[in-house]
Design a binder for this molecule. Structure first.
Ligand SMILES: C[S@@+](CC[C@H](N)C(=O)[O-])C[C@H]1O[C@@H](n2cnc3c(N)ncnc32)[C@H](O)[C@@H]1O
Length: 296
C-alpha cells in the first residue's frame, strides 16, 4: 500500500472530524506542529503513524476527549499532562487563578493551599505566575496541593516537575484540609472541588470519560464545599487569616452564600463571572478580629 501524504490524510479525516480536531490528532501522531502539517502536504506518514491516527480518530468518534487522546491540555498558556485519573483543566478555572493571583500579588508572604488539586493546574500556574511577576522568595511562601486521589497527585507532581516547580510545591494526599499538619498564619485557599449533582453528571455526555470523583459533589453538588466551610469555621479561634477562592456552578450561588453565612459569618464575599456572564468564582475573606477571639 502506498504511504499516505499529509494532504491525503487531511482530506480523508476532515470528512469525519472537525478540521481542528483532525489537525490536532495528525500533528500529535507525526509529532510535528499544526503549522508544519498545514504547510507540508507532501510529507508522508509511516504505516505505523497511519494506523495510530486511525485508532485515535476512532476513539475520538466514540466520544473520548481530545485531551486524553493527546495526553495534554493548555491552561493559562501552560501545557499540562493529563490522563483519565484527572479532570481536564477548564477555561473557567482560569478566572479563579486570575483572581487568586490578584489577591496574592500584594502579599509579603502567604501559604497557598489548593484543595482538590487534580492535575495541579491551579497551584502550578499560580506558582509560575508568582515567580514570574513577583519573583517571590519560595523560602517564605509555601505552596501546597492537596487531593484525596493518589493517582491525581502523581499527575500533579509530574506537571510540577515539567514546569520546574516541584521543589517549591508540596503535594499531600488526604481529605480536604486534613493533610495540613500545622496551620499557617496567612492562608490563601483555592478550590475547584467536585460540584456537580449526580443528575448533572448523567446528563452531560461530554464528561463521561472524566473521573466521577473529580466531578460529583454529593446529592446537591455541595457536599465538599459544605465540609470545607465547616473545616474553615473551626479555624476561627486561631490567629489565622485566610481567604478562599472557590469555583462553583452558577446555580449554587445562593446556597453557597447561605452556607458561608452559617459557617463563616465573619467573612466578606465577592463573586466573579465567567465569560458567559455566569457567577463562577466566589471569594471569601475571613475578617474575624483574631485578637478578640483569642481572648474569649
Ligand atoms: C473538579 S476536580 C479539579 C481538579 C483541578 N483543581 C482543576 O481545577 O482542574 C476536583 C478534584 O478534587 C479531588 N477531590 C475529590 N474529593 C476530595 C476530597 N474529599 N478531598 C480532597 N480532594 C478531593 C478530586 O480527586 C479531583 O482531583
Amino acid at each position: 500500500m502506498d504511504k499516505l501524504t499529509i494532504g491525503q490524510t487531511i482530506s480523508q479525516y476532515y470528512q469525519i472530524l472537525p478540521p481542528l480536531e483532525a489537525d490536532i490528532l495528525i500533528s500529535e501522531t507525526i509529532k510535528k506542529s499544526r503549522e508544519f502539517i498545514l504547510t507540508h502536504p507532501q510529507f508522508c506518514l509511516s504505516d505505523a503513524q497511519s494506523r495510530r491516527l486511525q485508532k485515535l480518530a476512532q476513539q475520538r468518534l466514540e466520544g473520548e476527549p481530545i485531551a486524553y487522546l493527546i495526553k495534554k491540555q493548555e491552561f493559562y498558556g501552560l501545557t499540562f499532562y493529563v490522563n483519565k485519573r484527572v479532570l481536564i483543566p477548564r477555561p473557567e478555572t482560569e478566572i479563579l487563578v486570575e483572581r487568586a493571583l490578584e489577591f496574592a500579588l500584594p502579599q509579603k508572604m502567604l501559604t497557598v493551599v489548593d484543595v482538590g488539586t487534580g492535575s495541579g493546574c491551579i497551584i502550578i500556574t499560580l506558582a509560575h505566575l508568582l515567580q514570574k511577576q513577583k519573583k517571590i522568595d519560595f523560602k517564605k511562601w509555601e505552596l501546597i496541593g492537596l487531593d484525596i486521589s493518589t493517582a491525581a497527585l502523581k499527575v500533579a507532581r509530574r506537571n510540577a516537575r515539567a514546569h520546574q516547580l516541584d521543589k517549591y510545591i508540596n503535594f499531600k494526599q488526604g481529605n480536604l484540609l486534613k493533610p495540613l499538619k500545622k496551620l499557617p498564619q496567612h492562608m490563601l485557599i483555592t478550590a475547584n472541588l467536585p460540584y456537580l449533582t449526580p443528575q448533572q453528571f448523567r446528563q452531560s455526555p461530554s464528561i463521561q470519560s472524566e473521573p466521577k470523583l473529580a466531578l460529583v459533589g454529593g446529592k446537591d453538588g455541595l457536599k465538599y464545599y459544605r465540609q470545607l466551610l465547616q473545616e474553615l469555621s473551626r479555624l476561627k479561634y486561631t490567629s489565622l487569616k485566610w481567604a478562599a477562592f472557590l469555583e462553583i456552578d452558577p446555580s449554587q450561588k445562593n446556597t453557597i452564600i447561605a452556607l458561608v453565612k452559617k459557617y463563616c459569618p465573619n467573612s466578606e464575599l465577592s463573586f466573579y463571572a465567567d465569560l458567559s456572564g455566569y457567577c463562577r468564582v466566589i471569594k471569601i475573606v475571613n475578617v474575624t478580629k483574631t485578637a478578640t477571639l483569642r481572648s474569649q
